[in-house]
Design a protein around this ligand. Sequence first.
Ligand code: UDX
Length: 486
Amino acid sequence: MADNKPKKPHAIVIPYPLQGHVIPTVNLALKLASQGFTITFINSESIHHQTSKAQAKTGVELFAKVRESGLDIRYTTVSDGLPVGFDRSLNHDQFMASLLHVFSAHIEEVVAQIVASGEDVHCLIADTFFVWPSKIAKKFGLVYVSFWTEPALVFTLYYHLDLLRLNGHFAREDCRKDTIDYIPGVKGIEQKDTTSYIQETDTTSICHQIIFSCFNDAKNADFVLCNTVQELEPETISALQAKIPYYAIGPIFPNDFSKTVVATSLWSESQCTQWLDKKPHGSVLYVSFGSYAHVTKTDLAQIANGLSLSKVSFVMVLRPDVVSSDDTEPLPVGFQEEVADRAIIVPWCRQKEVLAHPAIGGFLTHCGWNSILESIWCQVPFLCFPLYTDQFTNRKLVVDDWKIGINLTNRKVITKEEVSDNINRLMCGESRDEFRNRIKEVKKILENAVSPTGSSEKNKVQFIKDLKAKIEKIAQAKCSKCNGHA
Ligand code: UDX
């Protein structure tokens, strides 16, 4: 009798082609490969090109080193439909339109080639924001695993967009402003704490089309993996689990937290360690707005002037396109000279290495989910300045629910005085100690979750077991079909 049991599950893994999605997806691929999976990682040509350029090593492939260490990770690239050199940051909507309309055709071609080569492929692990995975998975007889890189709270808001719409909290000019209290597993959330897309009244944008389509598609997923921790969002996750097979397996970090095993940075990383080594313990504020969102020049000026006023030492990451790739010198005139004796400003850094440095005592952040998980891991409390997408909801979790940070501003208009006051609240005195004690407790939750008996580890083991059972079921169904035809 033929042995239809797959010896090794083979997963095609596809990250959303944005920095904050590529990083956790690479880490997930590494985790699964070290559990005995064969992985075929499909990167967009543009991300491949940018990461290679950042390393100043063209032609070197992302996983070459880990493959030498015995992991079975294959790698290929595919066009997202636009030329490699196209400025995706400046032409955001065009980029998103390409991901919505064109990317799937290229992906389908590559998946077809892999399958046609005779490879025994079993599942497709793709970012939830893609609009096509369930269709491609179905076409090629693959199990579809949807990977969500943001908190479960954000997932559930999108998952229940129909409820938000029905209740008048979404997609109308005169949106209700009272508390949203009918989403399963969410006690109550204000409209201002939902994602930027849910708050917008015009819902005809490309990003809205993506969100509508991708959550329709995600409802067909066989499994959903989420980079969060069960104990951080217990009710939300339980409510989701009543509807779909949902596994909280975060935080998904490399085994050695601050070591780079696979180079994923889109910009070349400046060294900050030597400068930090000379600073007292917990005295330096780390400032970064992540990889994607833009800050207005006016807000950036107030933040810069607030930093200047605060007298606190800081490391500031100023991405070349942080305001716009059209404006490469967005800081106020004279600012850099004024703070030169207590600050370094770099275009990009090794964030995990910086956060893990003992000199860092606070993080002025845009509230990207990776940044939040990384900073909790390093026990660095937050000064929150959400800009876009899920960051407003992430802020709520950090400030209102877990109480491990404060808002950069509580007004519509930022002032340098408020920025400076809040920096000092986070970095000095009794309030500083409170945040640091509290974040120690939250770090413990993360640490426990990834320990051998912790929830994320158990959920990962359960997911692998369930996935293998599903793969086997599909193989058996195929086999009996063949026998039936014979
Ligand atoms: C967006 C979303 O807001 C976020 O919630 C989602 O999960 C991904 O996309 P992004 O701007 O990419 O966020 O921020 P974040 O999620 O924090 O990810 C940025 C990543 O880049 C982090 O892993 C961080 O360590 C890394 N980084 C950032 C660097 O390595 N160096 C830097 O200088 C800045």
